[in-house]
Structures are given as C-alpha cells and as structure tokens.
Design a protein around this ligand. Structure first.
Ligand code: HGY
Ligand code: MN
Ligand code: MN
Length: 407
C-alpha cells in the first residue's frame, strides 16, 4: 500500500531525474554539469531532512546527523547519483532518497550513533576508467592514477574534478576510520526479475558478483575500400566483430557468468575506408572469482589469437578487477528484522550488478536492500518501481536502523 513516504520518495526521485546532460533522456555522468545540478538538489533534500550538508573532495554529497556524543560511531547510508547513458531514474537515486527520508523519519529519535547519507558520484564508471572511485575513497582505496584517466573528449578526471569544485589534493581526507564506522546500508533497485517473480517488495543481498572491465583497441590499417583485395586487408572492425562474437560465446559457456561488449567505436568511420582502428569495452562478471578469472583469460587470449591470425594489433587496458563481495551477516539480519517489523516478507538473493557497497565493504560491514523493479529492467528508461514498493523500502530501512540502534 502506498503511503506518504512512498509518494514523497517518488516525487524526490522524479525531481532529481530532471538533471540530465542530454535533453530528452537521462544521462548524468560523473562531474558533468548535470551531476553538479543534481548534487546541489540532493544537498537541498538533505537539508530539508535536518542533515548538515557538505561535499567531499571527489564531489560526494554528505548529509550528516551528529551522534549523541563526540566519538560516537557513524552509520553510513547511501547510493549514487551518477547514471549510465539513457538511464532509468531509480538506479542510484532510490537509495539516496530512501536514506534522506529515513533520516527525516528518525529526526526526533535518539540514536546511539551518528548517521550519514551519502550521494556518490562515480559508481557507474561510464565517463572515466575508474572503479567505484568516490566510494572507494572512503575506504582509502582511491587510486591516484585514476586522476589521469581521460573521458571520450580527452578530459582527465583531475581537470573535470577541478572544474566541478572538487580538490584532487585533498582526496586522502575522505578515507574513514574503520573503528569509527558502524556500517553501510544501501537501498537499490534489484535490476533483475527475482522479487517480481516472487511478488515481493524487498529482498536482502547476500553477495555482489565480481567484475572485470577493460578498454580494448584493435589496430589495423586504413585503405581504399574499392582497391584493396579482401586477402590483403588489416581490417580492424572485421577483427573486432570476430572478437565480439568470441566474447558472447565464451560468456554463454562459462558457469553463472556474463560477458558484454557495451561500446564499439570505429575510426576513421567512412563507408569507403577500411577501418584502421576499433575500440571496444569488456565487462565480465561472475559470483565465483576463479570462474571470472578463467573467463577473462579465455577472452583476452582468444582476442589476441584472432588479432595475430588477421595481422592486426590488439591491446587490452584493464581498469577494474573487483572481487566478489559478501555482505555482512549481522547487517543482513538487521535488514531482515527491519522488513519484518515494517510488515514485509523478504528473501535473500545475490546481486549480478555492481554497487558502491563493494567499495564500502573494504571499510566497514556493508549490506544492501533490493527493491522490486518492473520486469527487472534497468539501465533503460523503462526502469520502474511502484510508490508502494518505495514505501516498503523506506519503512524497512527505518526499522533496520532502529534494530541496529537496539544493538
Ligand atoms: O554496472 C553495474 O553493475 C552498476 O550498475 N554500476
Ligand atoms: Mn546502481
Ligand atoms: Mn547502474
């Protein structure tokens, strides 16, 4: 049943969805003007919930409620406000909005810890070759070389961060003291079909699949499409096409794994020029790290063999190697208790998608609450949830925080 909290959540998410870099569809990449505007709007929502707001050197918006006494531990609640290209509006913002609404509900109640709501800016890692950069910084895992990574226009993360108002020199200040951090909770759409199939509003995540991501370059030789005989070509695109088929076949064969080429760019990109270069991305995931490592090896060596046979170059630049990450049992139980007290059944289920909780789990106990989404669709403007399920998420989160407070 949709109540006031569900309606508020849907309105807040719709409000944040207005901030896009591409009119007519939602694209909000890390450190873009739309990210800046969305961060400011998120700060306003946090202030309305009674939180003291700041922005950290990487652009994460932090809303903080102080603990009962100096030195009290901090419970972190959050998710991300960056998006993929032509995104849905719930992937990320749902978790930030649920955290803000929970803080608002709990405003008058004593808590034995401080509470922070975080809106991370680089979870999707679509713009720069990074790996959960903004949440990794909390765990002290920000890699300095990420600052030199470039986007499609050749802008470095450092340049974009300075233009955003961030501070590359103060990133070290973001890392948190594990001893002072109670844990991290993240509410997120399931991005899969399980909860809908079981007719459940919410579920609790057991573990998050491991992921490997790379940018690959195939180097051939430009030539005249009308004069170079087929057997004398170094066609970068034809080679890449064979590699893409290899990726799909290997992913389909491996146990519980997925392998995707999401981006393929060709240059010079003229119909009568034999392609000189093809650039594509690899995204390879599995719940079992050994299965993923073997699949990565099979794909990369397979691409190299295709390149050798065709007389083209092949280079793989890996920028993510995230191990599979188990969620914290005691926080899993707190979320289950929360769901029960809020009046919802919940199951445990794994996450095929990556999340900021992978990074925070290197800092503190972390756990995630999944929310049913229509058809399991995500990374697609058709992404949808109901106000009733948003209500279930906020109420479950509030009760889970109360359960943690009761110890
Ligand atoms: O790609 C993912 O798994 C997440 O949406 N960043
Ligand atoms: Mn997400
Ligand atoms: Mn996503």
């Amino acid at each position: 049943m949709a109540g006031e909290l569900g309606a508020k959540a849907m309105a807040m998410i719709a409000d944040l969805a207005r901030h896009t870099d591409e009119p007519g569809r939602l694209t909000r990449l890390y450190l873009s003007p739309a990210h800046q505007a969305c961060a400011e709007a998120t700060a306003g929502l946090m202030r309305n919930a009674g939180l003291a707001v700041s922005m950290d050197p990487l652009g994460t918006v932090v809303g903080r409620r102080e603990g009962p006494a100096p030195g009290a531990k901090t419970l972190l609640v959050g998710s991300h406000i960056d998006s993929v290209v032509n995104a849905g509006i719930y992937d990320g913002p749902l978790g930030v909005v649920c955290g803000i609404l929970a803080a608002d509900v709990l405003r008058g109640e004593e808590l034995p810890f401080a509470l922070e709501v975080l809106a991370f800016g680089d979870e999707e890692n679509v713009r720069f070759p990074t790996s959960l950069a903004s949440s990794s910084a909390l765990a002290g895992d920000f890699k300095p070389e990420w600052l030199d990574g470039e986007d499609a226009d050749g802008v470095t993360l450092r340049e974009a961060l300075l233009a955003f108002g961030g501070d590359p020199e103060r990133i070290g200040e973001i890392s948190r003291d594990p001893a002072g951090t109670l844990g991290y909770l993240e509410v997120h759409i399931e991005q899969g079909p399980v909860l809908e199939a079981k007719d459940l509003s919410v579920g609790v995540v057991t573990a998050i699949n491991g992921a490997t991501r790379s940018r690959c370059t195939v180097t051939g030789m430009a030539g005249h499409a009308g004069t170079v005989p087929m057997g004398m070509r170094a066609d970068a695109l034809a080679a890449a096409a064979e590699m893409v088929s290899l990726v799909e076949a290997a992913g389909a064969k491996a146990r519980d794994a997925v392998a995707t080429v999401g981006v393929l760019e060709v240059s010079p990109g003229a119909l009568n020029v034999i392609p000189a270069e093809a650039r594509f991305t690899l995204d390879i995931r599995a719940p079992d790290d050994a299965v993923r490592a073997a699949l990565v090896e099979e794909i990369v060596s397979g691409c190299a063999a295709i390149a050798a046979r065709r007389g083209v170059g092949f280079a793989e630049a890996r920028f993510m190697d995230q191990a599979a990450t188990a969620m914290d049992e005691s926080l899993i139980r707190a979320l289950e208790t929360g769901a029960g007290r809020a009046g919802y059944d919940a199951i445990r289920l794994p996450s095929g998608a990556g999340h900021d909780a992978v990074a925070t789990a290197r800092l503190c106990p972390s756990a995630m609450l999944f929310v049913r989404c229509e058809g399991g669709i995500s990374h697609n403007p058709a992404e949808a949830i109901t106000a009733a399920d948003a209500e279930a998420a906020v109420r479950t989160l509030v009760e889970a925080i109360r359960a943690i407070a009761r110890g």
